[in-house]
Write a protein that binds this ligand. Structure first.
Ligand code: NAI
Ligand code: MG
Length: 339
């Protein structure tokens, strides 16, 4: 079998972590009888230089056809410039569910062992509407959009996931004490959906308290069900439980297509230095392999990653090691060859 996959290497550390990931997938695929045809595209500033488009038309078409993409991080300019490529792609393909499992890797000592929680983040609405304007000089308005449809389908996704995977508890995260209408609507939708899942415990926590509760005792949480902004922020917070942004994978899921990418950004502070940890993107690729039903390939990659962490000899600097991106990737290849 050969899978056609749209590949967006991204910028900053994107090309480095993507190259490592593709190499690992190629070898794992060869060992399990799975081939990949990578359809590679630039996006963002780099694409604009080549095509005068931030997201080239051919990239849209490729995702439409292949329905699966693997994506590295793309830099978004602060203040002016173009609007986020990530947000644009998520909206364009209606990738409404951002799924981010946060789980410890074996052998990697962190302040919080045995973390196993999932963030389910609404991915198309909220303050990421991009609707901002200046009312008069010195006064601007950013619109937070929350809909019944958007909230209901993300809640449905979270509860379905809980049922399918035997998860016990869902916390809807909100600030409905202040944003009574928008977050109030979000909560009403979560509650309504939750009624159909009596076996899943449902609770509501206010987002600021959630930050404290997470640091005090993350074990009280199982699935965090959030709007777009709270999920963005809580994802970075939760990544620290398991060793940081270099580890946590993600999936942007829609009904038509899906884009798999890490939680982290383009990390300009370490870009081009062979320092980035490719684990987060590799684990995103593992989610992708499960999505396309290549279970054996997914397990081969995941087992090899875990073996490298268990041995702990070739880890990147963000998790206390001394190795570079390439050396880490080579260790994963070796682990696949001799488990
Ligand atoms: P960032 O996630 O790029 O970096 C935050 C910190 O984590 C930095 O110290 C970085 O070195 C470290 N880090 C991140 N990934 C790492 C990895 N794989 N290995 C080792 N260390 C890693 O966040 P930042 O600096 O706020 O954003 C940089 C750019 O990335 C911005 O332009 C932002 O808009 C963009 N971004 C893109 C995303 C995407 O494409 N999905 C997601 C998040 C941010
Ligand atoms: Mg983020």
């Amino acid at each position: 079998r050969t899978h056609k996959i749209t590949l967006i290497p991204g910028d900053g550390i994107g090309p480095e972590v993507s190259a490592a990931t593709v190499k690992i997938l190629e070898v794992a695929g060869a060992a399990t009888g799975v081939g990949f045809e990578w359809h590679r595209f630039a996006a963002g500033a780099e694409a604009f230089e080549q095509t005068r488009e931030y997201i080239p038309k051919a990239l849209y078409e490729s995702i439409e056809q292949n329905r699966v993409a693997l994506k590295g991080p793309v830099t978004t300019p602060i203040g002016g410039g173009f609007s986020s490529i990530n947000v644009t792609l998520r909206k364009k393909f209606d990738l409404f569910a951002n799924f981010r499992p946060v789980k410890n890797l074996p052998g990697l000592a962190t302040k919080y062992p045995d973390i196993d929680l999932v963030i389910v983040r609404e991915n198309t609405e909220d303050l990421y509407s991009g609707l901002e304007h200046e009312i008069v000089p010195g006064v601007v308005q950013s619109l937070k959009i929350i809909t019944d449809k958007g909230s209901t389908r993300i809640a449905q996704f979270a509860f379905d996931y809980a049922r399918k995977h035997g998860r016990k508890k869902i916390h809807a995260i909100h600030k409905a004490n202040i944003m009574k209408l928008s977050d109030g609507l979000f909560l009403r939708c979560c509650r309504r959906v939750g009624e159909g899942f009596p076996e899943v415990e449902y609770q509501e926590h206010i987002v600021d308290n959630t930050c404290m509760q997470l640091v005090l005792n993350p074990y009280q949480y199982d699935i965090l069900l959030t709007e777009n902004l709270y999920g963005d922020i809580l994802s970075d917070l939760c990544s620290a439980f398991v060793g940081g942004l270099g580890l946590v994978p993600g999936a942007n899921l829609g009904h038509e297509c899906s884009i798999f990418e890490a939680v982290h950004g383009s990390a300009p502070d370490i870009a081009g230095k062979d320092m980035a940890n490719p684990t987060a993107l590799v684990q995103s690729a593992v989610l992708m392999l499960h999505h396309i039903n290549e279970r054996a390939t997914a397990e081969l990659v995941q087992t090899a990653i875990e073996q490298v962490y268990r041995e702990g000899k070739t880890l990147t600097r963000d998790v206390g090691g001394q190795s570079g991106t390439k050396e880490f990737a080579d260790a994963v290849l070796e682990a696949m060859a001799s488990p």
